[in-house]
Design a protein around this ligand. Sequence first.
Ligand code: ACO
Length: 330
Amino acid sequence: MSGIKIRGTGSYSPENIVSNDDFAKIVETSDEWISTRTGIKTRHIADGDTAWSMGKEAALRALKNADMSAEEVDLLLVTTVTPDYYTPSVSCVIQGEIGAVNAACIDLSCACAGFVYAMDMAHRYLSCPDINTVLIVSTERLSGITDYTDRSTCVLFGDGAGACVVQKSEGLFASKIGADGTGAHLMFGRHHRSDSPFSSKAPVENEISKNPCKNGVLYMGGREVYKFATQVMPETIMHCCEKAGMALSDLDWIIPHQANIRIIQTAMKRLGLPMEKAWVNIDHTGNTSSASIPIALDELIQSGKLSRGQKVALTGFGAGLIYAGLVFEY
Ligand code: ACO
């Protein structure tokens, strides 16, 4: 079976740290509510940082840890739901900034499942003879699309970036990517729309456009997303383990999307695995969408607790509704 080799990881979190008490000053909330309902204590919020600048820093750190140069990258995959521009893509901007002159560039919009989708895509591209090295960068400036008057969402999100240099290798690998677009209206951020001088009709309606919430900020049906997450997270891991012909108990680490500690606890319980096997950093990151899994992966690697040969599962879910999971040998 062909697997993947993680050559190096890196991450970047903005210096600006915002506590739950800071939120209590702007909305009707408390440290007690946020801590017990979500597991979040602090999160990093961009202060001058952009999606590309955070991604650039994470990418440079990953390349340094991989002991590789940017010129060696054949494909640069960037995942984000918060690109700095409509166009060019964040991947092209980062490619230019780091000098990855030989890299093709693709941006993926797969919400919080973005990094796992990108790993799946990297694995597929690496089976082609002309792609030897893939750099994945997941970068999010969610603060740019957060409604800081909505207490049910604003306390959840943070900013940051994670990156990973991947190459082909022997060893275990199995993935499951999917989506349920019938839940598209459960979490979304609508564009500010501008009409052309040649249009007069109102846009075609759907469940998203009918929602009276503000444009330009994230809306989330928290309870429905919670239910979806606690179902798909364990299911994707079970599916991947079955595909790889391994038992759940063979997994050494689970790195789940960091959206809510209670979602992670429920998923681990459904898998019958102890919480000690889950890498959790939500207390100091909040939910950084697609950046959350690679930031957690980088933390786990830098902690020295992940050894070569250990088996790792990643699982993410998010707006779409989308989900993805994979298991691999580190
Ligand atoms: N502080 C105080 N009270 C609050 C706050 C807050 N920050 N937010 C909501 N409440 C109140 C609500 O108004 C409600 O009050 P009411 O009972 O008087 O109406 C009460 O708390 C309970 O609200 P619920 O929505 O039922 O709270 P719940 O326990 O479900 O927690 C939460 C809400 C944290 C959003 C949870 O539903 C959740 O984590 N959902 C999943 C979210 C998620 O994973 N999103 C990410 C997916 S995509 C991505 O990562 C980008």
